[in-house]
Design a protein around this ligand. Structure first.
Ligand code: GDP
Length: 370
């Protein structure tokens, strides 16, 4: 097999041996493709012709190759993140791969955040977090790919910063990149047709899409990069539906005393360790049930009720969930304790708390957004 034969859809090296790996093409299809001088891997073929998605195992090398392409090109990089899951949308080492290219940071799914949150504060926070990750974005924008209202402003920003260069859109899976690209396509082409398939499940975009901006430049959509430490990877579809907010989150406030615990389904828990009776506000998907118990009884309560009273996950999917890990914080001023991809709690200053989250999922604190 010719070493340089690549899929014209996703750019993967064509191979005929491993059905589950990138670039798999049945020999029969390959022979047919040779006649037409272009070959689509089976995955891209199905995506293109049947709108059907197949999972694939992407190796780190595949990703690296993809990202290296960007550093070798003079381009604007549009980095799409989920405002609800910052750590879960980080691409490790991205700062090395973008080279000298400017980054426009896009915080997507902003529609799920309560209206009472000041947008400027979220943008500041995103910029701070990006800096910590070694990135210096030229600008930070908030969008909702879902309703598309913010897309014209995004396009204006892209035009401003690209300066006649091509545009690479990057992001990990599940941040809503496909949905956003579809909106961009609508905006650019005026076409009402859906072009890319979107899915609730990570790992479903593996088609390199080029949207022409003018004669020489394009918007290039790169495959979503899988980030293991995402809530979505620990949940079955049925449970994920309950956790990923689809609509604006409604804050829920509990008056908690010292030594009380609040469970969020079986996905995590909040222990109020030290401080006066206080209002603790939880921001989770509106369907995630919250349960209050005594701290002294909390371990036992979890063992007894996880998967039953405490869902999601439901009983049969409980084994997918990594064990909960405990993080203790001394909170000096009013703060948000963020469990990435799941939600956050706003706590007053001068308290001691602990938060439990599935191992691998990031827990961090920030100055309260509200
Ligand atoms: P991709 O893997 O990054 O390409 O993400 P998709 O576009 O497939 O979207 C992943 C999930 O997030 C789907 O369930 C979408 O419905 C949801 N989603 C995408 N964009 C938005 C958005 O702007 N707001 C909200 N609330 N959900 C979104």
């Amino acid at each position: 097999l010719n070493d340089d034969l690549r899929c014209i859809g996703c750019g993967a090296l064509i191979q005929t041996t491993d059905k589950t790996a990138l670039g798999y093409t049945p020999m029969s299809a390959l022979i047919k493709g040779f006649d037409q001088e272009e070959v689509l891997c089976q995955r891209c073929f199905r995506l293109r012709h049947y709108n059907e998605i197949q999972p694939v195992d992407l190796t780190d090398d595949d990703f690296r190759r993809l990202l290296e392409q960007i550093s070798e090109t003079d381009a604007l990089v549009v980095y799409v993140m989920d405002v609800f899951d910052f750590s879960g949308s980080l691409i490790p080492g991205l700062h090395r791969f973008v080279g000298d290219n400017p980054i426009l940071l896009v915080g997507n799914k902003v529609d799920v955040l309560p209206h009472s949150i000041n947008r400027a504060k979220i943008r500041d926070w995103m910029r701070q977090q990006a800096n910590i990750a070694g990135l210096r974005p030229i600008d930070v924008l908030l969008t909702s790919g879902k309703n598309g209202d913010d897309v014209p402003a995004l396009m204006t920003a892209i035009e401003k910063y690209r300066q006649n260069r091509s545009v690479y859109v990057v992001g990990v899976t599940n941040v809503g990149k496909s949905t956003l690209i579809n909106q961009i396509i609508k905006d650019v082409t005026g076409d009402r047709k859906e072009v890319i398939t979107t899915s609730r499940f990570p790992g479903t975009t593996l088609d390199r899409i080029e949207i022409p901006l003018d004669e020489t430049t394009n918007i290039i959509d790169t495959p979503g990069i899988i980030h293991q430490d995402q809530m979505a990877h620990y949940l079955a579809s049925k449970d994920l539906k309950f956790v990923s907010p689809q609509k604006e989150i409604k804050p829920r406030t509990y008056q908690l005393n010292e030594a009380q615990t609040l469970f969020f389904g079986a996905l995590g828990r909040f222990d109020y360790l030290k401080g006066p009776k206080s209002g603790i506000t939880a921001y989770f998907e509106n369907n995630v049930p919250l349960h209050r118990t005594k701290l002294s009884n909390a371990d036992h309560f979890y063992q007894q009720h996880a998967g039953k009273l405490l869902t999601p996950p439901v009983q049969e999917n409980l084994s997918l969930l990594p064990p909960l890990r405990r993080y203790e914080f001394k909170i000096a001023e009013k703060s948000d304790v963020v469990i990435d991809g799941l939600g956050w709690l706003t706590v007053p200053g001068n308290v001691v708390i602990a938060v439990w989250a599935p191992q691998g999922v990031s827990v961090l604190t920030r100055k309260a957004m509200i």
